[in-house]
Design a binder for this molecule. Structure first.
Ligand code: LLP
Length: 422
């Protein structure tokens, strides 16, 4: 459920008409609903309420906007981070370091050192090689680094190949068969405290079966490790639960069904559970608001050329992802169109032959479910500025990231040898 609804003939985010935001900020612009973010955090907390002190660490990569993080920090969520930039953003938003998990296959020694000195719950390590580096870093700082090891359970997640992470062909984690040997090696490394185990098999999962298979695999490994003397405190079950992208798209399981499955599978584990939801929290809490620049006749259907492009929302170009399209002022008439951006690539396509609200040049439309992996993945391709972001909270709204011209922000004077024309 979200808070982008039709009121008096036009789509509002909570109490604010989207048209007002478009007029004041310009388009394209991402619009987030604080009420939706809070709702998603609360629904997940309720679904996991019977567990003993679960740690819900929001996957910052999905939407790292400081205002979004601040709303979630106030809901008591922790953070799953994959770079020191995300670490700093999480801390700046007020997230308790004891609720920060540091994931990712390529953490550098400098990133490790900064996280150790700032504090965190644990490093989620992805290889034994990484553990060696962390051990050296922690030792040089005279610190003990808390670590979990990520297991690759070799489970097919049934999602898009580019967002599948838990099969043996993926770069993530330690093969399940090597887990015991890897944990033993970690135990022998100085300045590491082995506290946990983690798994994450992919994103936008629309079935519980692969998650359940991965968790069962993890449960067996936990038993094996305990028999070997490891005292594990935390089992991090990752993120990945899908969200509904609209009619005709796969319906993911509810957070309640997910919670029930987790409770069933982990009943005898006697361990604190952690979760790393990203899309579930922010996906349907955001839309990309854009204006139709031009309607160009097409062979089969008209081309609706909008002022947002693949650099603003990469998901359709990258994953053939579906985003629901709606007019901000629907007339009630329907039409079929191709919705594309102005970037000079055929892949700059949001929807082909989509039956949707009929719109004309100058009209506003939204792409729904753009609150996760939308602005977060945007770029300045085609010398386009980064899209601004707005947070709505009831009848209040604020610009929370300005339109940023990267060419301006990152440019330097030409090197001397390029300055003269001869
Ligand atoms: N934990 C780890 C270790 C992850 O790698 C991810 C996502 C998450 C948690 C959060 O997953 P979520 O709950 O959001 O599914 N750009 C893609 C999604 C990439 C996901 C990467 N890892 C997309 O737009 O669909």
């Amino acid at each position: 459920m979200d808070h982008f609804d039709l009121k008096n003939g036009s789509i509002h985010c909570e109490e604010v008409p989207l048209e007002l935001i478009a007029d004041e900020v310009g388009t394209p612009v991402y619009v987030y609903s604080a009420a939706t973010l809070r709702r998603h955090a609360r629904v997940l907390k309720a679904a996991l309420a019977d567990l003993d002190n679960p740690l819900i660490a929001y996957a910052v990569k999905a939407n790292p906007n400081p205002a979004v993080l601040s709303v979630l920090a106030r809901e008591g969520l922790g953070a799953d981070i994959v770079s020191i930039g995300e670490y700093r953003a999480a801390r700046a938003a007020g997230i308790d370091p004891e609720c920060i998990l540091f994931s990712g296959v390529g953490k550098t020694a400098a990133e490790m050192a900064e996280a150790i000195s700032g504090g965190l719950k644990q490093f989620n390590l992805e290889s034994v090689e990484e553990a060696h580096t962390l051990s050296i870093v922690a030792r040089s700082m005279d610190a003990i680094a808390p670590v979990a090891l990520r297991i690759n359970p070799d489970v097919e997640a049934g999602t898009h190949a580019k967002i599948t992470t838990g099969t043996s062909d993926n770069k993530f984690g330690i093969p399940a068969a090597d887990a015991l040997a890897a944990f033993r090696e970690l135990r022998g490394l100085p300045n590491l405290n082995v506290t946990g185990i983690t798994v994450h098999i992919g994103s936008q999962l629309t079935s519980l079966a692969p998650l359940q298979a991965a968790f069962e695999r993890l449960g067996a490994i936990i038993a094996e490790l305990r028999a070997d003397g490891f005292e594990l405190e935390i089992a991090d079950l990752g993120g990945g639960l899908g969200v509904p992208y609209g009619a005709g798209q796969p319906e993911p399981p509810t957070p309640e069904a997910y919670g029930d499955m987790v409770k069933r599978v982990t009943r005898d584990w006697n361990i604190r559970l952690a979760f790393e939801p990203g899309r579930l929290i922010s996906g349907n809490a955001g839309v990309l608001l854009t204006r139709v620049v031009r309607v160009k006749p097409g062979e089969t259907h008209p081309w609706l050329i909008v002022d947002a492009a693949m650099n603003d929302l990469m998901r359709p170009a990258l994953y053939d992802a579906y985003h629901h399209v709606e007019a901000v002022h629907p007339s009630g008439r329907r039409a079929t169109a191709h919705v594309v951006g102005p970037v000079c690539e055929s892949g700059d396509t949001f929807a082909m032959a989509r039956e949707m609200d009929e719109v004309a040049e100058g009209d506003l439309i939204i792409f729904r479910t753009a609150g996760a992996y939308g602005a977060a993945m945007s770029s300045g391709y085609n010398s386009r500025p980064l899209t601004p972001e707005v947070l709505v909270d009831g009848d209040r709204w604020a610009l929370v990231r300005r339109r940023l011209d990267l060419a301006d922000a990152a440019s330097l004077p030409l090197p001397e040898w390029l300055r003269s024309r001869d």
